[in-house]
Design a protein around this ligand. Structure first.
Ligand code: TRP
Length: 459
């Protein structure tokens, strides 16, 4: 007997921690600081905040409402039976689940590679410390490049990471994901607080405040800011960080108790995720600024620039170990939700039992992660072009296309097609419900559409 129907989040806290675990990931800790740095700081931050709170929250509520009224845990199948205004079956909207599930698979394959690198840096910290990076970024960049082009080393860490995520998903929602989240998320918060205390005490704190909050329309080097480009980067970063548009929240919501208050839960998740992005900024930038590091140093910010600081600052070794452990935990709870989305979609469509499904999905992600190894292009010259930018291409594809399109469909589905009473039932005040409904129908699609078009124009 598949226990899928009975499996669920047993507590609301478990649901919130698991969903926050999905949202809080490499996007917050690795992506947010380096993108804020590349895009000049404060303007990026302001636009990010607007899109997380004013657009992300209503979309999060919408995903939860969809999941709440699902008859099936598959984000594809559930649309076959969703209650609608005209009582017809909204089968076409299954495209929301199909796109979300495929994109989750693609993201998981490169997410694991990056998370794998954090394992390497964590272990290096434990076995040797970071003093080898004391000479500066060149040394550190050389180490990073050696790691990512070492097929065996980088590959094994990615596979280890995927296997850990598989073990968690293997045991299902309550025994696997809920239990793991209740251990991992508190650990994550504790580590973040330790790093934060260091951030407050280190010399770079005031510079960080200035960088994040002083309005300025220039990049850090003083050249004029391209506001359009910054806006698009900030918007897609906000959606990605909240795990929107990839069926993760829809899937988790389908496992919650049906009397869960959707608005309160969504609000907490958005709040946690946004706070953690900022805390990550306050953990990372002071360390960087205290040694005059460059916040605009791109995707290598955490791996290349920070490690130089860890080589010299007081308690650098332990801070470094904590930082990479933090990245690893955050990434783990995120990839678990991608895997669960895919697994639920398959179980709902085929009635296969959970355990073999988890194993099959795990093997596919492992194979996919191999294609994402930068080393592949060196080992097999024929694949060079592919492997060189696959991570980049997949990142762009999901960020610029899949997420905006799917979130647009979600707003349209909940706003126009889904039974109106189900949306209104979440609100205590009829007035607020009416406002939300109008906002979801007309404002959100417009904003998302603008993101989408500008994203294409910016390519
Ligand atoms: N939110 C995650 C992060 O910030 C990444 C992510 C995007 C994600 N979409 C997802 C995670 C879907 C799980 C499921 O890193």
């Amino acid at each position: 007997m598949s226990s899928q129907k009975n499996d669920s989040f047993k507590t609301q806290l478990g649901l919130i921690l698991a969903a926050a675990g999905s949202a809080i990931g490499l996007g917050n800790l690795w992506g947010f600081p380096y993108k804020a740095g590349e895009n000049g700081g404060s303007v990026f931050i302001a636009i990010y905040l607007f899109f997380a709170l004013a657009v992300g929250l209503p979309l999060m509520i919408s995903e939860f409402i969809i999941g709440k009224h699902s008859s099936n845990n598959s984000s594809v199948r559930m649309f076959y039976k969703m209650p609608t205004n005209d009582e017809t079956r909204p089968k076409k909207f299954a495209i929301i689940g199909i796109l979300g599930t495929i994109a989750s698979l693609l993201i998981a394959t490169f997410y694991a590679v990056i998370a794998g690198w954090s394992i390497d840096y964590f272990l290096t910290g434990i076995t040797q410390g970071y003093s080898q990076f004391a000479e500066g970024t060149e040394m550190s960049a050389a180490y990073f490049n050696a790691l990512i082009t070492d097929f065996g080393r980088s590959g094994i860490y990615a596979v280890t990471f995927i296997l850990l995520a598989i073990v968690i998903t293997f045991f299902g929602i309550n025994d696997g994901i809920e239990k793991a989240s209740k251990i991992l998320m508190p650990a994550l918060f504790i580590i973040l607080i330790i790093l934060l205390i260091n951030g407050f005490m280190s010399g770079g704190f005031n510079e960080t405040l200035d960088f994040l909050f002083t309005p300025r329309l220039t990049y850090l080097d003083g050249t004029d800011l391209n506001v359009g480009k910054t806006a698009i980067a900030a918007m897609s970063q906000a959606f990605f960080s909240l795990s929107l548009g990839l069926s993760a929240m829809i899937t988790y919501a389908s496992y919650m108790k049906k009397d869960t208050k959707v608005i309160g839960v969504s609000f907490k998740i958005v709040l946690f995720d946004t706070i953690v992005a900022f805390l990550a900024g306050f953990a990372v930038f002071p360390i960087l600024f205290s040694l005059g590091g460059d916040p605009a140093s791109g995707p290598g910010l955490v791996f290349i620039s920070l490690t130089v600081s860890f080589a010299t600052i007081p308690f650098g070794r332990i801070l470094g170990i904590f930082t990479f452990l933090l990245l690893f935990i955050a990434a783990l709870t995120s990839i678990v939700s991608m895997i669960e989305t895919i697994v639920s979609a398959i179980i709902g469509g085929t009635k296969l039992p959970r355990k073999p499904t988890v194993i099959i999905v795990g093997v596919v992600i492992i194979l996919g992660s191999i294609l994402n190894q930068p080393a592949l292009g060196i080992a097999i010259p024929f694949l060079q072009g592919l492997a060189d930018n696959l991570i980049d291409q997949l990142d762009k594809l999901t960020m610029n296309f899949v997420i905006p399109i799917v979130t647009l469909l979600i707003a349209i589905f909940v706003g126009f097609r889904m039974k109106k009473e189900l949306v209104f039932a979440e609100f205590r005040s009829y007035k607020v419900a009416t406002l939300f409904y109008a906002y979801l129908r007309y404002v959100i699609p417009l904003l998302v559409f603008i993101v989408f078009i500008s994203g294409i124009l910016a390519l």
